[in-house]
Design a binder for this molecule. Structure first.
Ligand code: S3P
Length: 436
């Protein structure tokens, strides 16, 4: 389901969240399912794939590379007719990846590896995001890729350049960089190893195994050998914990709330948000824990609770990297001070999430201080205000949930960006009790 979300979203104050809810499929897993299905030999079937704009950008790029992708059963089933080894064809147009960092970074690794010449770009937000973190290790493997002078898109990938494996000690804790290098490594001669400075999401490693690839993981080091063929498989995508997080925090901060979020991915490389909220006093119960297609899944029951401010341990930052906007709303509704440092990566997301959240929360009357690498937020009373999403879906949804505890309406400008990751957000949030 896709809502028609206008540029301004007005959320009236108060209310609580109730009911059994199923948020859409995991964005990271959906991108990878489409990409790996496109590279594989055979037909991959994907159930519950997220059909937000970001994953559609990945699908559009692979269609432009000659891959047939069918949408069946009103989008519940995606069938990817894999190109197999050497089967991608050079695109005849620039590949536009819209707002999606995962699309452009992983695709750069794939195309450099496959030796396909292409130009990759995106919207104004994506054109501000750092790409050297991907192009530099790929250049060490032999790839020829140019960026804009600021190290940002557009990226131009040279055709027909063979790659060789490398040992890559990764500087930033980034699953996108790790994945881009490993995917290029599948096409390279010899072995490619990435060593990560802190654990990051491991969906690539898990799913490549599902496609029959041998992936060697030993502590922080992940290696693949070049020349392996991916074999088509069937994938069911769990609900996205990053989308569920808006409802988890909304239910936690709104008195009287009680929600059950079904079938949520709880891969331990993603659950920093649950650990942080539990330390703040949230009431989150995991029920019916199980594994779906190599990924751990659970239903999450969340009831309102009194939250208290905490110092967020730096090791949890990469494990909750996408949830900080909504965690800052939780901090604004908590008793006392919440602090996070070592989170400079937040400045390089769809927006500078330290600056955009600080601006919106300050406008809503919250006392806070920002640092280069973090923020300190003192819990308080939220006023209604007007905030700007800065083209960032998670900023828009965070302030929509903040209305549950605000004294007046939250007016969110640039709300259409919500469709990049959560096209049914307003329908689901309204059904749960948000006063949209
Ligand atoms: C993602 C990794 C994270 C995350 C992004 C999705 C992925 O980015 O913020 O939303 O699917 O690999 P980084 O790896 O750059 O931290």
């Amino acid at each position: 389901m896709t809502d028609a979300i206008g540029e301004e979203l007005v959320v009236n104050p108060g209310g609580s969240l109730q009911g059994t809810l199923r948020v859409p499929g995991d964005k990271s897993i959906s991108h990878r399912a489409v990409m790996f299905g496109a590279l594989a030999e055979g037909v991959t079937e994907i159930r519950d794939c997220l059909l937000g704009e970001d994953v559609r950008a990945t699908m559009g790029a692979f269609r432009a590379l000659g891959v047939r992708i069918d949408e069946l059963d009103e989008g519940r089933l995606i069938r990817v007719h894999g190109a197999g080894p050497g089967g991608l064809r050079a695109p005849t147009t620039v590949l536009d990846l819209g707002n999606s960092g995962t699309s452009i970074r992983l695709l750069t690794g794939i195309l450099a590896g496959a030796g396909i010449g292409a130009t990759l770009t995106g919207d104004s937000s994506l054109q501000r995001r750092p790409m050297k973190r991907v192009t530099e290790p790929l250049a060490r493997m032999g790839a020829q890729i140019s960026t804009a002078p600021s190290g940002t898109p557009p990226l131009a990938i040279g055709a027909g350049v063979p790659l060789h494996g490398i040992e890559f000690p990764m500087q930033v804790a980034s699953a996108q960089v790790k994945s881009a290098v490993l995917l290029a490594g599948l096409f390279a001669s010899g072995q490619t190893c990435v060593e990560e400075p802190a654990p990051t999401r491991d969906h690539t490693e898990r799913m490549l195994r599902g496609f029959g690839v041998h992936v060697d993981v030993s502590g922080p080091r992940v290696c693949v050998n070049g020349g392996q063929t991916l074999r088509a498989t069937a994938i069911t995508v769990p609900a996205d914990l990053s989308s569920a997080a808006f409802f988890i925090v909304g239910a936690s901060i709104a008195p009287g709330s009680d929600v059950l979020l079904e079938n949520v991915g709880v891969n331990p490389t993603r659950t920093g948000v649950l650990q942080i909220l539990e330390r703040m006093g949230a009431d989150i119960e995991r029920v019916n824990e199980r594994a779906v297609g190599g990924e751990p899944v659970a239903d999450l029951r969340v009831r309102a609770a009194r939250l208290r401010g905490i110092d967020i341990p730096p090791e949890l930052v990469p494990l909750a990297i996408d949830e900080f906007p909504i965690l800052f709303v939780a901090a604004a509704c908590a008793e006392g001070v919440t602090r996070v440092r070592g989170a400079d990566e937040l400045r390089h997301k769809e927006s500078d999430r330290i600056a955009t959240m600080a601006a919106g929360l300050a406008a809503a009357g919250i006392d806070l201080q920002t640092f280069d690498d973090g923020i300190e937020i003192r819990g308080g009373d939220l006023h209604g205000t007007t905030v700007e999403s800065h083209g960032d879906h998670r900023i828009a949804m965070s302030f929509a949930m903040a209305a549950l505890r605000a004294a007046g309406p939250m007016r969110i400008q640039g709300a259409a960006t919500i469709a990049t990751s959560f096209p049914s957000f307003t329908t689901l949030a309204h059904a749960a009790g948000l006063r949209l």
